[in-house]
Write a protein that binds this ligand. Structure first.
Ligand code: DX5
Ligand code: ZN
Length: 220
């Protein structure tokens, strides 16, 4: 069954605890936390203290997406703050294998994200070092952007590259209910969604609808 990871970037930051409680009660599988530094991406969000506070509020695994330069400097800090999965951008790491090993050694599962223009082949020799691949279906930096359809082909190629490994294949950016079925069919195992979930009056309902939309095609 596909996992749904609500992205808190689209939640009301002044009422974050309640927003998280709603998606947890609504059946979210992971909580996606976007960390932006204003350099790697043109926006700034939250850092370790907020993640520590979130960690105390929820049992959901924290799927922390670092959109920051020099992520290797921050790995231990984010794992200590509570990240269960820590994802760094391939474009931000000159030595991604070292950075991914560092994440596992710190005690978290290691993820690597690819911007829309980055080919899947950059992961050819990293597949055994990575627990999650995050395919960006928007240019990272903001919630509420439109889904870029070239992500479908990238997900299919990565599904083939992953082979029999248990690596999660996650997609992030602009995902609405109509994308769930084709993404599941292409081989995605996690769907990250911000505005489609927190922009809904009923976030739990939005999670269930997205999950059932993805299942229709898997059964077909
Ligand atoms: C974009 C972030 C996404 C974003 C998703 O840079 O990485 O996680 O919050 O939000 P939507 O689903 O609204 O595109
Ligand atoms: Zn994200």
């Amino acid at each position: 069954m596909i996992k749904i990871a609500p992205s808190i970037l689209s939640a009301d930051f002044a009422a974050l605890g309640e927003a998280i409680a709603r998606v947890e009660a609504g059946g979210a599988d992971l909580l996606h936390v976007d960390v932006m530094d204003g350099h790697f991406v043109p926006n700034l969000t939250i850092g370790p203290p907020v993640i520590e506070s979130i960690r105390k509020r929820t049992r959901l695994p924290l799927d922390v997406h670092l959109m920051i330069e020099e992520p290797e400097r921050w790995v231990e800090t984010y794992v200590r703050a509570g990240a269960d999965l820590l994802t760094v951008h391939a474009e931000a790491c000159p030595h991604p294998q070292r950075c991914l090993s560092q994440i596992r050694e710190a005690g978290a599962r290691a993820g690597v994200a690819l911007n829309p223009g980055t080919p899947p082949g950059v992961l050819d020799y990293l597949l055994d070092d990575v627990d999650l691949i995050l395919v960006m279906s928007v240019n990272p930096g903001f919630a509420g952007q439109s889904f870029i359809p070239s992500a479908y082909a990238k997900v299919r190629q990565l599904r083939t590259l992953i082979g029999r490994r248990a690596t999660e294949l996650s997609v992030d950016g602009g995902i609405k209910r109509e994308h769930a079925a084709p993404l599941a069919q292409a081989g995605a195992t996690v769907l990250v969604a911000g505005s489609a979930i927190f922009g809904s009056a009923e976030p739990g309902e939005a999670i269930r609808e997205m999950r059932s939309a993805s299942e229709v095609v898997k059964l077909a």
